[in-house]
Design a protein around this ligand. Structure first.
Ligand SMILES: *Cc1c(COP(=O)(O)O)cnc(C)c1O
Length: 380
């Protein structure tokens, strides 16, 4: 192999690594920087990350115990059908196990929906700003993705989305609550929208923050659409309130015939052993869940109070993060907050250059962030 390479050989090597145009258009996901990396760069410690809407209370202690109990079994392949977790979810949600598809995070289900149902010529509709992985699934499968701007109140514009439907539309994504804005569409509005969608279209409702929003009376119970046999796929995850983001567990609930196609496409072992056993344990830990909701409600109140005091416009949230206008360029605010030891998300990447999205954390984290924000905004 150590011979000098002739141009023709180089050309031949390049030929072998050529990719389709759509692959060149994929943009790698930009995750929030890991705490350890920022600490190394800035030479400070004690940095907190309020950038990815994780559960600041950590995982359920029951999930930790389950992982400890199963650690000695990690030489064995996991159950490819995730039997225990599927049954636990089936009972928890009151749906049949054959309506459930589990994934390596709900990102995996989004990917599978794209690979399974999109062919060249098909089109996708999603809101903007919203979650970025839907468009990635569209690009990967050569399907144009129409981004429909949110209303001026940062809510999905379902009328505009309905107008975007044409004969090629195949998948529509609704993020409820929406990320990064924390807004929801009401049960009534969603019902009117679904009634307008032609039967050959799949409506995917991403409920990554379901457990935070569920107590609100205006929040839709979308599993009813699945139970009624509609072309509706509901996505949920263990990454957010359940505190298992690092293990990757998400799921979709859908009509069994839709689920069967995804089972046909998915990798056989797309849920690892630790993911399966910890999710079963976390699901049963209602105490950890209510503690988290309580922490979030208290945190929201504190955020609102300080944001109002600072005269900043914010969007009331149905999730565990707050979208607000700093009135200054968000990358500058971000850098200044970083030096104060807090990692957040900037709005510029979502087309809102003066906004930030900040996760509601523990009381100590919230205080640290809000004090840093006060200080930073008075000096910028
Ligand atoms: C966090 C998030 C997800 C991803 O969840 P995973 O299960 O970790 O892949 C999906 N959708 C939205 C809107 C999210 O905010």
């Amino acid at each position: 192999m150590a011979q000098t390479e002739t141009p023709t050989r180089l050309e031949a090597l390049k030929e072998a690594t050529k990719v389709a145009d759509n692959i060149t258009r994929l943009i790698p996901y930009r995750p929030g920087k890991p705490v350890a990396e920022v600490e190394r760069e800035l030479g400070i410690t004690g940095i907190i990350k309020l950038a990815s809407n994780e559960n600041s209370l950590g995982p359920s202690p029951k999930a930790l115990t389950a992982i400890h109990d199963y650690a000695s079994k990690m030489h064995v392949y996991p159950d490819a059908s995730s039997f225990e977790l599927r049954n636990a979810l089936s009972a928890h949600l009151n749906v049949s196990p054959d309506t459930l598809v589990l994934g390596n995070g709900s990102d995996d289900i989004i990917h599978l929906l794209g690979v399974t149902f999109l062919e060249e010529g098909d089109e996708v509709i999603q809101a903007y700003p919203s979650f970025v992985r839907y468009e990635a699934a569209a690009i990967l499968n050569n399907a144009p993705c129409h981004l429909v701007p949110l209303t001026s109140d940062w809510v999905h514009d379902l009328d505009a989305m309905a107008e975007r439907i044409n004969k090629n539309t195949r998948l529509i994504f609704i993020t409820n609550p929406n990320n990064p804005t924390g807004t929801i569409v009401s049960a009534e509005a969603l019902k009117r929208f679904i009634a307008k969608v032609p039967e050959r279209v799949l409506v995917v409702i991403d409920e990554a923050y379901y457990e935070y929003a569920a107590p609100a009376p205006e929040y839709a119970d979308t599993l009813d659409y699945v139970r009624a046999g509609e072309n509706v796929v509901v996505l949920r995850t263990f990454s957010k309130i359940y505190g298992l983001a690092g293990l990757r567990v998400g799921y979709g609930v859908m009509r069994p015939d839709i689920a069967n196609w995804l089972h046909q496409t998915r990798e056989p072992f797309n849920l690892n052993l630790m993911a399966q056993v910890s999710a079963v344990a976390a699901l049963a830990d209602t105490e950890h869940l209510s503690k988290t909701v309580e922490m979030n409600e208290a945190g929201k109140t504190e955020f609102y109070r300080v944001l109002e005091e600072l005269g900043l416009e914010y969007v009331p949230t149905y999730g565990n993060f707050i979208w607000f206008d700093t009135g200054k360029e968000s990358p500058a605010v971000f850098q200044a907050l970083l030096r104060e030891g807090v990692i957040v998300r900037t709005g510029d990447v979502f087309g809102a250059p003066t906004y930030l999205r900040v996760t509601v954390g523990t009381q100590a984290e919230n205080t640290k962030f809000l004090n840093a924000l006060r200080k930073v905004l008075s000096s910028l």
